[in-house]
Design a protein around this ligand. Sequence first.
Ligand SMILES: *[C@@H]1O[C@H](CO)[C@@H](O)[C@H](O)[C@H]1NC(C)=O
Length: 457
Amino acid sequence: IGILDITAELLDRNPNKDSGSVDMDDGQGDKAELAEQSLLNKLIHRSLVINQNQVEVMQADPSSPLFSVKTFEELRLKPELLEGVYSMGFNRPSRIQESALPLMLAQPLQNLIAQSQSGTGKTAAFCLAMLSHVNPANQWTQCLCVAPTYELALQTGQVIEQMGKFCPDVKLAYAVRGTKAVRGSRLQEHIVVGTPGTVLDWCTKYKMIDPKKISIFVLDEADVMINMQGHRDQSIRIHRQLSEDCQMLLFSATFEDSVLQFAKRVVPDPNIIKLKREEETLDTIKQFYVVCSGKEDKFNSLCNLYGCLTIAQTVIFCHTRKMASWLAASLTTEGHQVALLSGEMMVDQRAAVIERFRNGKEKVLVSTNVCSRGIDVAQVTLVVNFDLPVNMKGDADNETYLHRIGRSGRFGKRGFAVNMVDSEEDMVVLKQIEEHFGRKITKLDTSELEQMEMLLK
Ligand SMILES: *[C@@H]1O[C@H](CO)[C@@H](O)[C@H](O)[C@H]1NC(C)=O
């Protein structure tokens, strides 16, 4: 018996970090950060993101007919599985599922590489494929799914449990750290979800799974996976033991060259499905800046702004945790209902805060940089950069700026962005942002109420 201890990345957060430390992602792909981001996205994208973008399908065999479905009925699922799908609130296949599901369920089995951002229905699609494929009468593991972290594996497992809740004969096991492994005793669970290290151990060291009997292998979050060196190698080692006719399904939110190369190595003869990402733009956003003299002055300007704008919801970004806490406390004192989001919070806490804010429980959300990517709230009217986004060198972080302020072109509502500037350096950064996006950022004097009201109309 061995207690396996793998992928502790998410537990590795250092709670003793100075609370004044800069809470930013250095863009160099802090590995744990990537996995966390994925998890956060999964937690907050329980319902599907609307995406009308074109799906691009490249078939392994271009001469075979290309099916796509508009309803789940067309897939001829087992009735109890169909019931599970509907019970989760999925009424129609998502954009990517329309093409992916017929491919994944086709006989003979076909391989698939699919790329789309989170919230587009990938997880539900491969969970459905595994559940549909299992033959409960065969008491061995038939489907194997690997994810980069413990939390992500649990998340996927929960989808399988929910979707399969009317299929009581189908059993699921988690191959994650802390699960007891018994050498030589074959698992009877039909589906195993886990992290690469534990799954590999269960296949090789403990022989609890016979890899030759696996008929579907799912590799989820490939882009996160290949950035974790150990995981990448372990995935390849698991893959090597599978039989040749095992169906390989690989999913990724992004599709850089490195991901595609890895994918093609693991997935022979693939069908490839890509869903274009919604582009963010500044088209519908009016941008302003306010010249201030320190944080108290910034705070007063913020309160003035509130005085003359009818604001549904606001997100305010700060550079450090300390500043964010101070600001949240000051706003609370002024009588605002404020939520605070910062990097030392666990991912599920962050997801809970975002969820509450989305549901309108708070009108103001104060956040540090690391959290900006999780926030995607259509009803936000005002985004305030209490501190401008800069990189380590102090240059304008244009990408983060767009991410904080921008909206997806088609569905985005109109909004305002206000940048607080309190030094020469800030002015330089502001000019860089103007230059980068080729858009003027208008000066706003928050003590001139009439002028403000005109500009903010
Ligand atoms: C952002 O854009 C400006 C203007 O193009 C540029 O000077 C600056 O270096 C960019 N920032 C980064 C981090 O690349």
